[in-house]
Design a protein around this ligand. Structure first.
Ligand code: WTA
Length: 692
């Protein structure tokens, strides 16, 4: 982050103070300003000329209209889709202010539609049935496949018919626990076609985490596969599901059906543990069903999916998205942020287990009729050139990934990149965490040959789609800045007291009005929805992120300000990791903080107090880490365990995380005032043990 601050300071040449967009004009017109000196990276004239939004003026006009007339603006985009019934004349209604009653957003209420129909049938009817919808690339470079729009629709219909056959109805939940096989988007689309609510659980989550989610949403069916290969090692997903289902039964939730895809390349069905009566092979039933399935028309405000995400308490939050607004929003953001053209080949490296895979692997691109690459493997297998090999193989034009992947690849020789052509690339994208300027530059210069604008998209599970993002042809970029708000998004920065602050400033990022893609509630817990997001700064949606605005109006995200850490772009609640550690019989207490990590962005640093009489040992360290892997998943394993005879607490017993963060990052001269601690001597003890 100091990198980023220096970078902002270096922008002396630009005038200060005024409104964000008028400045851009000055920037663009002042052509004598060399981009290097100003840290401004301009899109080429050729790029801008062909772009959907090609100048700051055009952005400003569209943005202003979207704010003055949201109903008219969004209705136009909504009209590009098929609606069985048109929405009510009022288009949207909202109460974002807790002081005025229940928080509630509605968009296109009264309209009825279906997102799968719009993503598939509509594109086929427009003559694109033969266009490739999904290119699938497996873990092994020789393992691939593809589905055209027509073929994809047939597969989706067969599964939809099967789900109906086993009793899944509109409004029922279905949990999907699958790796990045084509069956994952197929399962999502099949649920949406019949009005069932999908809840995808990232296949890196442990049985306990999966169980927790199953117990919360009580699905009719769980869809999984028997195993998946990571490198040379098969991971037995079905066994994880088995354990989760046993755990769910103990908690009063019995799932009657586990539909299991046989992933032959990872494991034969003969070797799969099986429970007769509950488990069914996908391949034995789904292909027998008709390839046409009537569409279930749903209200715009009917739920589309639930996706669990981490918050500041141990219990994950079931973020609920509805149909109409989400559909319009993720399609529109996709189109503009990536300057999408029908000839594009689009690849997003995210897993469908996260929101990025929902909005920008599945729905956003397919709603636009795009060809999407779905990749099941790892970016460094067989070697670090895999991504660029895939780019060349499919002639990828838009490549969307996470800073952690960029950082891990930039450590390797550039030769892994330059050995491939990459001439097809025209737009790059970044998501999940702030991208540090040096990673931005490597991505831009080496991967994109200094030709391709980078859309650094800031958004969240809760927002459904991009909120702050460059429009690649519209204005010059600053490496590391997410630039300006998307159409219709009123992003504001507030101070501690919740007052909006203007101009160059630093504070909390909030949103002032509803937008079509906003989540509508937390499943079964509207109170938590209001408390977490709408009470901290009354009158606003609070994002949980800190940010600053520079003198040109560019927005710079600075990371979470709550107890959430962002590890390789994955949101992890410190409380979740703490509760996993404390479940270990030899752990008395734990406090977890994030630390800077060269590749992962943030790493997990855990202070652990052991039970009376227990000695710290290497073996114990391993078993503590194992407890976290088992309870949450391998991606949440702590990077460091710091043995803590005691934790710094106030006299009222509150753990002082500020101090722990400083100790973890070795900023011992910045500990600040420790005199308010109940026992200040624990600080010295912790420092003494930091290398243990
Ligand atoms: C962070 C992922 C800076 C942020 C789409 C946010 C980012 C959290 C960016 C949401 C970005 C995401 N620049 N920070 N471009 N994108 N974040 O829900 O802290 O998994 O609050 O959604 O990731 O994570 P989530």
């Amino acid at each position: 982050s100091s990198d980023r601050l220096r970078h902002v300071d270096s922008m002396k040449l630009l005038p200060s103070g005024a409104g964000q967009i008028s400045h851009l004009n000055a920037v663009i017109l002042g052509e004598s300003l060399a981009s290097e000196e100003n840290d401004l990276v301009f899109p080429s004239h050729d790029f801008s000329n062909q772009a959907l939004v090609s100048s700051p003026e055009q952005y400003r006009k569209m943005y202003e209209r979207s704010i003055k007339d949201p109903a008219g603006f969004w209705s136009e985009f909504a009209s590009q889709f098929f609606w069985k019934e048109k929405w009510d004349p009022e288009v949207y209604s909202e109460n974002i202010d807790v002081r005025k009653g229940t928080v509630k957003f509605e968009w296109f209420k009264g309209g009825s539609t279906n997102i799968t129909y719009n993503a598939l049938d509509r594109n086929i009817e427009a003559g694109n049935g033969g266009k490739v919808a999904l290119h699938w690339e497996g873990n092994e470079p020789s393992d691939d496949g593809q589905l055209t729009y027509s073929e994809l629709l047939e597969k989706v219909c067969q599964l939809a018919n099967y789900l109906k056959h086993v009793g899944v109805r509109k409004g029922d939940a279905v949990v999907i626990y699958l790796p990045m096989l084509m069956e994952l988007p197929i399962a999502m689309l099949a649920c949406a076609r019949i009005g069932a609510i999908h809840s995808v659980v990232f296949a890196g989550f442990s049985a306990e985490s999966l169980a927790q989610r199953i117990i919360d949403c009580k699905p009719k069916v769980v869809i999984t596969c028997n195993a998946v290969k990571r490198g040379s090692k098969p991971i037995l997903l079905k066994e994880i599901v088995d354990n989760a289902l046993v755990e769910s039964v103990k908690n009063g939730v019995t799932v009657g059906l586990c539909l299991t895809f046989e992933n032959k390349s990872a494991m034969k069905r003969e070797n799969t543990k099986w429970q007769e009566g509950r488990d069914i092979w996908w391949q034995d039933v789904v292909p027998q069903f008709p390839t046409k399935c009537a569409v279930e028309w749903v209200d715009a405000e009917d739920p589309l999916f639930l996706l669990y995400t981490s918050g500041s308490t141990g219990k994950p939050k079931g973020v609920l998205h509805t149909t109409g607004g989400y559909m319009v929003y993720c399609a529109t953001t996709f189109k503009y942020a990536f300057d999408y053209k029908p000839s594009d080949i689009y690849w997003c490296t995210a897993d469908c287990g996260w929101i990025t895979g929902h909005s920008y692997v599945t729905y956003g691109p397919l709603l636009n009729g795009a060809t999407v690459v779905v990749f099941e493997g790892a970016p460094n297998y067989p070697d670090s050139g895999r991504c660029w090999e895939i780019v060349d193989k499919y002639k990828v034009t838009i490549f969307y990934t996470a800073p952690t992947l960029v950082r891990s690849l930039m450590r390797e020789s550039n030769e892994y990149v330059t050995r491939y052509h990459r001439k097809s690339l025209r737009v790059l994208g970044s998501v999940g965490e702030p991208i540090n300027p040096s990673a931005w530059r490597w991505f831009y210069n080496v991967v994109g040959d200094s030709r391709c604008p980078i859309s650094d998209t800031w958004w969240q599970t809760e927002t459904g789609g991009f909120m702050i993002t460059p429009l690649p042809g519209a204005w010059p970029q600053k490496p590391g800045s997410a630039t300006f708000p998307f159409f219709g998004v009123q992003a504001v920065i507030v101070d501690e007291k919740g007052n909006e602050i203007e101009g160059e400033c630093n504070g909390y990022l909030c949103i002032k009005k509803s937008w079509p893609g906003a989540f509508r509630t937390l499943y079964d817990d509207h109170e938590r929805y209001e408390t977490t997001y709408f009470k901290p700064f009354a009158g606003y949606y609070f994002t949980g992120d800190g940010c600053s605005r520079d003198k040109d109006g560019y927005i710079w995200l600075t990371g979470r300000v709550d107890d959430v850490i962002n590890v390789s772009g994955h949101r992890i609640g410190t409380a979740e990791v703490e509760s996993a550690l404390v479940s270990h019989p030899q752990c008395a207490e734990a406090a977890v903080v994030g630390i800077e990590h060269e590749i992962k962005g943030q790493g997990i640093y855990a202070f652990v107090t052991l039970a009376e009489g227990v000695q710290y040992s290497e073996e114990l360290r391993k078993s503590l880490i194992l407890a976290v892997r088992n309870q949450i998943g391998a991606f949440a394993a702590p990077d460091r365990i710091h043995w803590a005879p005691g934790l710094p607490k106030t006299r009222s017993g509150k753990i002082m995380r500020r101090i722990l963060r400083k100790i973890a990052s070795r900023q011992l001269d910045e500990l600040g005032d420790i005199s308010t601690l109940a026992d200040p001597s624990v600080v010295d003890q912790l420092i003494a043990l930091q290398d243990c």
